[in-house]
Design a protein around this ligand. Structure first.
Ligand SMILES: Nc1ncnc2c1ncn2[C@@H]1O[C@H](COP(=O)(O)OP(=O)(O)OP(=O)(O)O)[C@@H](O)[C@H]1O
Ligand SMILES: [Mg+2]
Length: 337
């Protein structure tokens, strides 16, 4: 059975315009989020992961602007709506934010206020999306805290965020994201700020909640280990483009794009000899404002085939189909094994 597509992103382009010039933060991004599945989005700093998340929620601040593309919620259904066409401040969009799409931040304090108790904040978030009495909202808040594994939820409602450990705070952040009962959740580096033990617990929690609620999860991380553990499919981003999309097992066993191969080589292996130098990717990610000609990865690519890479932009990956945006993968040009 193919799961329902909850959100279809097509050819999304986002620019930041300033006196210094135009930064093409996203340059034709397409992918689908499916109910009950996890799409991992991975790539180095600055490749556009967070801008993708913020665009979907229409939270990109000026001077950022969506210049092209569609973001179809419930594509093909009667109530299909293009989030790219909505006014970010509209009632409809405010309902989508939290009510259909929940956002989990790297640093939970981004979503929480220091001035109010956890109870106040979750109850408020529940009431924003459901027409219910104060008592019902309170019960729902207790259920949410219990769902995310917070012990003694009734007592915790009276706590302030700063009274909690980082791990508990991220659980509250997840409860906040789920307060409006969204069916799509975007988690932007949800465990990056946590120690490894807590990280494993939070990933377990996300996996359990996702399965129980059949959530379409978009999980942003720069950590290939997190991807291996969590994702069904992976989108590898580079300079505002998806350069590879594939089922997670493919990406690890037979990555198609030289950048994906380089990312994997940069993962420390428990099999490596002690103190062996990590293989890293040569050069730094160019600033999106000074994008290279041709394939954006060509200046760092160890497998460059020639002028075609310097002069022409490879076709983007087709949404829903495993592939890479690379001349090497074109028929007749497969890399010699
Ligand atoms: N407010 C802004 N003004 C100008 N440019 C911006 C702004 N926000 C993002 N950008 C540009 O968009 C690009 C993508 O940024 P984004 O935050 O999506 O990266 P990321 O992949 O989330 O990186 P990280 O792993 O560091 O979180 C950046 O390189 C930056 O140049
Ligand atoms: Mg980011």
């Amino acid at each position: 059975m193919v799961e329902r597509v909850a959100l279809a992103i097509r050819d999304l382009a986002v620019q930041f315009e300033s006196e210094q010039g135009v930064v093409r933060a996203l340059d034709g991004v397409s992918f689908d989020l499916h109910a009950g599945r996890t799409l991992g989005i991975v790539g180095e700093s600055g490749c556009g992961k967070s801008v993708t998340a913020r665009s979907i929620l229409r939270l990109v601040d000026r001077p950022g602007r969506i210049t092209a593309g569609r973001m179809l919620l419930d594509p093909g259904a009667e109530g299909e709506v293009d989030l790219a066409a909505l006014d970010p401040e509209s009632r409809r969009m405010r309902g989508v934010r939290g009510g259909r799409i929940g956002l989990i931040f790297q640093e939970p304090m981004t979503a929480l206020s220091v001035h109010y108790t956890i109870g106040n904040q979750i109850i408020e978030a529940v009431r924003q999306h459901a027409d219910c009495s104060a008592a019902e909202a309170r019960n729902r808040a207790v259920d949410l805290l219990r769902d995310v594994g917070i012990p003694r939820p009734e007592t915790r409602l009276r706590a302030y965020p700063f009274e909690l450990s980082g791990g508990l705070r991220q659980r509250v952040g997840i409860a906040m994201a789920l307060a409006g009962d969204p069916d799509i959740v975007i988690a932007d580096e949800p465990t990056t700020a946590l120690d490894v033990t807590t990280q494993a617990q939070i990933l377990d929690l996300l996996r359990r909640l996702q399965a129980e609620k059949q959530i379409a999860l978009m999980l942003i991380t720069h950590d290939m280990g997190v991807i291996a553990e969590m994702a069904d499919e992976v989108a590898v981003m580079y300079l505002g483009r998806i350069v590879e999309f594939a089922p997670v097992a493919d990406v690890f066993s037979a990555p198609r794009h030289p950048y994906a191969r380089a990312l994997l080589r940069a993962v420390p292996s428990i099999l490596a000899a002690p103190r062996q130098r990590l293989s890293t990717i040569g050069g730094a990610v160019p600033h999106p404002g000074s994008r290279p000609s041709g394939c954006p990865f060509h200046p760092r690519c160890a497998e460059i085939i020639g002028d075609i890479c310097r002069q022409q932009i490879p076709a983007p990956v087709e949404p829903g189909r495993a592939g890479a945006s690379c001349f090497l993968t074109e028929p007749g040009r497969e890399r010699a094994a």
